[in-house]
Design a protein around this ligand. Structure first.
Ligand code: NAD
Length: 434
């Protein structure tokens, strides 16, 4: 069975490589010529743990994965075509921008010769896969294709492991023939006892948004509990730990911090809320999750401002971590970037270090100072802000740091340090919710 994946971003490339790992001949297509040239050389277009080895294995050795800018060539004899292009928020609205998805659907329609299954793996609002079907059916007979929704749940930073060992695979399908093909594709996971949830196309599309929005809700909830702890004298880590021990609640996504960011949660929460609005459904819970998360970076910056008596002129601040989470170079909607930008706009000189994301950050924030190590970033600063919890930042040499800082102040936005220990080292310490 030959597979085609359109879009070689975090989802498309990882899916393509993992399907190659299952033994399928896979062609990854992208319109970005530079990216395809990078991949042809066996080089990684972005940072993701394990990606380099899998690329070498399947592009150079097994040759099960090939890459191309031509969908026409790639689609010859293909049985399944995945759409894994980006679905960002629209420029001036919160709705998902489906331009790329519909463009690919048209291109697929122009190239279908034999029966194939067209799969939307991009995160798309309910109704999109039916629209993709309509676009293709306007050009080719419905008897030679079916459309399926198969949302992806991998997380950047552990994407390969997540794809190879998912909690579930969701397949939204209304054709028995297409369902059989999809089950065949995921057979290696079924053999590992991964639940395969076959459902309607609509439910499948909603499952993805409902899952992301639920996780985002947990984060927004614990962040507001953190605010309460700060006002009432509690410790949000103790509260979250005890809450998480209740199996009905679970401990995941109960870490208070600077708010959720990244290329998925913020845009998916907004798009889910817009879907509800269009359908005249009350989604006040999701609306307030979005609003409270948008306010989060401002709250953090206000806390920093308050410490410095609302005056950051002549103050230098080190930001450690720019990616939206550790183990990725992705800075899309990163709260660290928002905080660095706000501090800079309030007059602070901002120095920063990130193990992987500085190149991407420079495109968004050209005005801040990029340093080649934690210790260079912290030289002569008035405060350190730990914005992303990379392992590199978990065992800092505070005795040394204190000697090179102008004042020993730390804003630990990920609660990775113990307040008492930092106080003993003569630091002024601000965590979240404690
Ligand atoms: P991305 O921005 O990293 O990659 C998208 C790729 O699609 C780019 O390389 C782009 O050049 C290519 N592309 C766009 N239009 C094209 C076209 N017409 N023809 C060929 N290629 C085209 O995106 P991503 O982060 O991989 O996300 C893709 C989708 O998967 C989104 O809907 C996202 O919400 C969803 N998703 C992402 C993640 C994640 O962690 N990144 C996880 C689950 C689901």
């Amino acid at each position: 069975m030959k597979l085609v994946i359109v879009g070689t971003g975090y989802v498309g490339l990882i899916s393509g490589l993992c399907f190659a790992e299952f033994g399928f001949e896979t062609v990854c297509v992208d319109k970005d010529e530079k990216r395809i040239a990078t991949l042809e050389k066996g080089e990684c277009p972005f940072f993701e743990p394990g990606l380099a080895d899998l690329l070498t294995k399947h592009i150079k050795n097994t040759k099960l994965l090939s890459v191309s800018t031509s969908l026409t060539n790639a689609m010859t004899n293909a049985s399944v075509v995945f759409i894994t292009v980006d679905t960002p928020s629209k420029r001036l609205e919160d709705d998902a921008d489906l331009t790329a998805v519909y463009k690919v659907a048209e291109e697929i329609a122009n190239n279908i010769k034999n029966y194939c299954v067209v799969v939307t793996k991009s995160t798309v609002p309910v109704g999109t896969t039916r629209e993709v079907n309509k676009i293709i059916a306007s050009k080719v007979d419905q008897s030679i294709f079916d459309t399926v929704s198969n949302p992806e749940f991998l997380r950047e930073g552990s994407a390969i492991d997540d794809f190879m060992r998912p909690d579930r695979v969701v397949i939204g399908v209304d054709s028995k023939k297409a369902e059989k093909i999809m089950r065949e594709l995921y057979r290696p996971l079924y053999l590992l006892e991964t639940p395969i949830v076959a459902t309607t196309i609509e439910s499948s599309e909603i499952i993805k948004y409902a899952s992301n929005s639920f996780l985002a809700t947990k984060v927004a909830f614990i962040n507001q509990v953190a605010d309460l702890c700060e006002s009432a004298g509690g410790n949000v880590q103790d509260v979250a730990n005890a809450m998480g021990l209740d199996k009905r609640i679970g401990s995941k996504f109960l870490h208070a911090g600077p708010g959720f960011g990244g290329s998925c949660f913020p845009k998916d929460v907004k798009a889910f809320a817009i879907t509800a609005k269009k359908l005249n459904v009350d989604f006040s819970i999701i609306d307030s999750v979005d609003t409270s998360n948008e306010q989060r970076p401002y709250k953090i910056v206000n806390k920093i401002l308050k410490h410095f008596d609302n005056n950051l002129k002549d103050k230098t601040i080190a930001i450690l971590g720019l990616s939206f989470k550790p183990n990725t170079d992705d800075v899309r909607n990163s709260t660290s970037i928002s905080i660095a930008d706000l501090l800079n706009k309030k007059g602070a000189i901002v120095k920063c270090f990130d193990p992987q994301a500085m190149q991407n950050a420079k495109k968004l924030l050209p005005k801040i100072i990029y340093c080649d190590s934690v210790y260079n970033a912290c030289q002569d600063v008035h405060a350190i802000v730990i914005a992303t919890e990379w392992n590199e930042f978990r065992a800092l040499d505070f005795d040394n740091l204190k000697k090179q800082m102008k004042s020993a102040i730390i804003f630990d936005l990920r609660n990775i340090y113990n307040k008492e220990e930092l106080l003993n080292l003569q630091f002024e310490y601000y965590g979240i919710g404690k």
